[in-house]
Design a protein around this ligand. Structure first.
Ligand SMILES: NC(=O)c1ccc[n+]([C@@H]2O[C@H](COP(=O)([O-])OP(=O)(O)OC[C@H]3O[C@@H](n4cnc5c(N)ncnc54)[C@H](O)[C@@H]3O)[C@@H](O)[C@H]2O)c1
Length: 437
């Protein structure tokens, strides 16, 4: 079998999942031909880990300013983009201009200008972009799509959706680059892109108008001061004040954190263990959003990033009934825990309430692995050349990538202006191109 050639840019925590899939599970159909990163130590440590953990051969390494050289020399078919969100568009566009298809980690990008540039590059080059919406593939999320697709609750009219990030996973976005809104678009884009994509997928529609409010209510120095905290530190490593603080992350206690981040920070000053009660946080930890969809449905959505437990509650009501899903996920810290542990399900329930009939619980298929088992199913869909036809069409395109971030991007605009925002004032996609099946 002829192997597809993959080059990867961004060799941080998330790339490890992709590398394992290409180097081990799908090694007969994939060849990793190049790795690129702005941080030389992380690049070299990734090379070492590939050899040590998977007995993989040497892969050519390229600094960030050698990305084009990597494409010229290694001639990949596909580029995997797993860098800091703010930089995705540059690599996506350059890779396409040089003749490659792209797999981009979510979010596709962080604002509407960058999104427009990506869409223009796709039109111009005719290349393909796939966005890694692994949650779609988790059995509970797929089953919810199936329930709605089957017409069980009729035409969807209302969605109530809350997502809770707990004090370890949620807090972690306030320790690193995500805490600067310019890098991540805030949690409305960085994290909620998953959730807004799920809604688009479940109800087979797309957002048209968004109103949002949000703020930094718990993390950040000022909030901590208000609660009477007087001991502060800028980062955990080497700090007396951080000792015993449940909000601190000690990179010396984990080989993975040390190898990926602590040993590499000398190259570019990327500090992974900043205090969540620092001064320079520009993202929100509490967000409430109202979204109008093209099919007439209305959603109320909320995201909280300091919840005692991690999970979600979603209630969807249609013309024939209502479906409710409640899910609790286990604790996970990126870079400290293995990527396959992110989004492990602790408990889950889906209940359907038909109108004028008793409610019933739906049996949910159990799968092992990250993001409710979604990671492995998505990887199979991407890398297995003999993957079965997917009747749910879960493979997410650039259109799905765009329409999911647009809810968050418009929510950011709404929070900044206090006004409701019309999505199609900020994106130019003909409605005929939007997903219908
Ligand atoms: N699908 C999911 O569920 C999921 C889960 C976690 C992370 N992610 C995504 O994966 C991506 C990476 O996240 P992570 O947690 O691995 O972050 P990370 O901080 O561990 O890694 C980011 C990497 O990008 C590199 N980088 C930064 N700027 C660069 C530049 N200009 N050029 C080249 N490389 C650059 C950094 O050096 C680092 O190696 C993000 O887009 C994130 O949203 C997705």
């Amino acid at each position: 079998m002829e192997k597809k050639r993959y080059a990867c840019v961004g060799t941080g925590g998330r790339l490890r999942m992709w590398l394992k899939a290409m180097a081990v599970t799908y090694k007969d159909s994939c060849e990793i031909v190049g790795l690129c990163d702005i941080n030389r130590t992380r690049l070299e440590n990734t090379q070492t880990a590939l050899k040590r953990d998977y007995d993989y051969h040497d892969v050519a390494l390229y600094n960030a300013d050698e990305f084009e050289k990597m494409i010229e020399e290694q001639k990949p078919d596909i580029v995997v983009v797993a860098t800091v969100d703010r930089t995705h568009h540059r690599y996506i566009i350059k890779a396409m201009e040089m003749g490659c298809d792209v797999i981009s980690e979510k979010p596709m990008t962080v604002d509407d200008e960058k999104c427009a540039k990506i869409l223009e590059a796709i039109d111009r080059t005719g290349r393909e972009l796939r966005v890694s919406f692994n949650y779609r593939y988790a059995p509970h999320h797929s089953q919810l799509r199936q329930i709605i697709k089957d017409g069980t609750i009729g035409d969807v009219k209302q969605i109530h959706f809350e997502w809770l990030l707990n004090t370890s996973h949620g807090a972690d976005y306030f320790r690193r680059w995500h805490r600067d809104k310019r890098n991540s678009g805030g949690l409305m884009v960085h994290k909620s892109t998953h959730h807004f994509d799920l809604v688009n997928f479940w109800i087979n529609s797309f957002p048209v108008k968004v109103y949002a409010q949000g703020g930094l209510k718990f993390y950040g120095r000022e909030n901590a001061e208000e609660r009477g905290i007087t001991k502060f530190y800028s980062r955990c490593y080497g700090s007396e004040n951080a000792k015993g603080d449940p909000w601190a992350i000690d990179m010396t206690e984990s080989d993975w954190l040390r190898e990926l981040y602590l040993d590499a920070e000398k190259d570019d000053g990327y500090i992974r263990d900043q205090s969540v009660f620092g001064d320079n946080i520009s993202i929100e930890d509490v967000m409430n959003v109202i979204v109008n969809y093209d099919n007439g449905a209305i959603m109320s959505y909320s995201l909280n990033a300091f919840s005692p437990y991690e999970g979600l509650n979603v209630c969807i009501t249609g013309t024939k009934g209502r479906v409710e899903m409640k899910l609790i996920e286990s604790i996970y810290i990126n870079g400290q825990d293995d990527a396959s542990k992110e989004g492990l399900v602790e408990s889950e329930r889906i209940i359907v309430y038909p109108m004028f009939e008793p409610g019933y619980e739906v049996e949910i298929q159990k799968l092992e692995g990250g993001h409710g088992g979604g990671d492995d199913v998505m990887l199979d869909d991407i890398f297995n050349p003999n993957a079965a036809y997917d009747p749910l069409h879960r493979a997410a395109s650039h259109i799905d990538g765009a329409m999911s971030i647009m809810t968050g991007i418009c929510a950011n605009k709404s929070m900044a202006t206090g006004q409701p925002i019309n999505v199609f004032d900020y994106i130019d996609i003909p409605k005929s191109k939007l997903r219908k099946d």
